[in-house]
Design a protein around this ligand. Structure first.
Ligand code: PLP
Length: 308
């Protein structure tokens, strides 16, 4: 990332970043978003009068080439992306797609909002650089401690392009009404002491072990189920046989697992085929409950042709 301290604004997580941006000229009337994402974020924008238009996804991430090509996206000046780890489908945004998004932003005077919610957790590949590094004047980078520490903390940060350095603090107002100064100072202390770094390294190992246990359990007990999006982050995506997603979500719920399928994240205007699946967050259960949760998951999955 390329930045200076006066471009960094602390906020109460990514949701607050979106709220603040809704109060600036950066987000006007409409924004492009990934066809799969958090409904909560889309609703937040809708509540601010901003219409979201879905960009389809494939194995290389969001099809950013459509930003310049599609008629219905002509008025769009902002795109929200999760380039390090698409949420929820789990892949990184391909370097060419990144470059295409930046070229679009430069040519149209647009802005990329880079939501890096779990970039600390990479297991099998080298960390992917932030898109922000490609053009700090066209990309607003947003980070959060919601995955690295806890979503209860409500702390995050924005790295602003020059054009927003005055607008975002103005949207925040004169008095800090959101991010507690005490929490900010505690986090600063944790960072300076090296404690945050140690914590992230420890958790990376722990989550990686859980990810490996999940993959091993599926290979053993549900070899017909494909698992993807596992190179980083705290969730994996299971591909289910067509027509089985709803019953699998219900079966998981009856076993005490709160899971959603991709359908729960699909933009209402998304086109293109929908694939049945399950989005499995593996960070939540406490250590003593993890093996039981894995067992419950395997039991909730639709059987293969030769169930074991
Ligand atoms: C796609 C996505 N963006 C951002 C976040 C972080 O949001 P917040 O910082 O508001 O808790 C999450 C969840 O942690 C997420 O899943």
């Amino acid at each position: 990332m390329r930045t200076a301290p006066d471009r960094i604004v602390i906020c109460s997580g990514f949701a607050h970043a979106l709220r603040l941006l809704s109060g600036t000229r950066a987000l006007r009337h409409q924004a492009a978003v990934e066809a799969y994402g958090l409904d909560f974020h889309r609703s937040l924008l809708a509540a601010a009068g901003i219409r979201t238009v879905p960009l389809p996804l494939d194995e290389d991430g969001a099809r950013t080439e459509e930003l310049a090509a599609r008629r219905d996206l002509r008025g769009v000046r902002t795109v929200l992306l999760t380039p390090a780890h698409q949420f929820p489908t789990g892949g990184p945004l391909h370097p060419e797609r990144r470059a295409t998004a930046v070229a679009w932003a430069r040519a149209s005077g647009g802005l990329i909002v880079e939501d890096d919610y779990d970039g600390e957790f990479r297991y099998d590949r080298r960390p992917v650089g932030a898109v922000q590094g490609l053009d700090p004047d066209r990309v607003l980078y947003a980070g959060s401690v919601s995955k690295s520490l806890s979503p209860a903390l409500r702390l995050g940060w924005m790295v602003l392009p020059d054009a927003l350095v005055d607008q975002v603090p103005a949207a925040k107002g004169e008095r800090e009404g959101w991010a507690s100064a005490l929490d900010q100072l505690t986090l600063a202390d944790f960072l300076e002491s090296g404690g945050y770094d140690r914590h992230v390294r420890l958790m990376r190992q722990r989550y990686r072990r859980r990810r490996d246990q999940l993959v091993a359990a599926l290979a053993e007990r549900a070899p017909h189920i494909r698992v993807s999006g596992i190179a980083g982050g705290l969730h994996a995506v299971l591909t289910l046989p067509p027509g089985t997603e709803r019953s699998a979500v219900r079966a998981a719920a009856s076993r005490g697992l709160a899971l959603d399928g991709p359908a729960g994240y699909r933009h209402p205007d998304a086109t293109g085929p929908a694939h049945d699946g399950l989005v499995v967050g593996y960070a939540t259960p406490p250590d003593h409950a993890f093996a039981k949760a894995l067992d419950a998951l395997c039991r909730a999955l639709p059987p293969g042709e030769n169930p074991r």
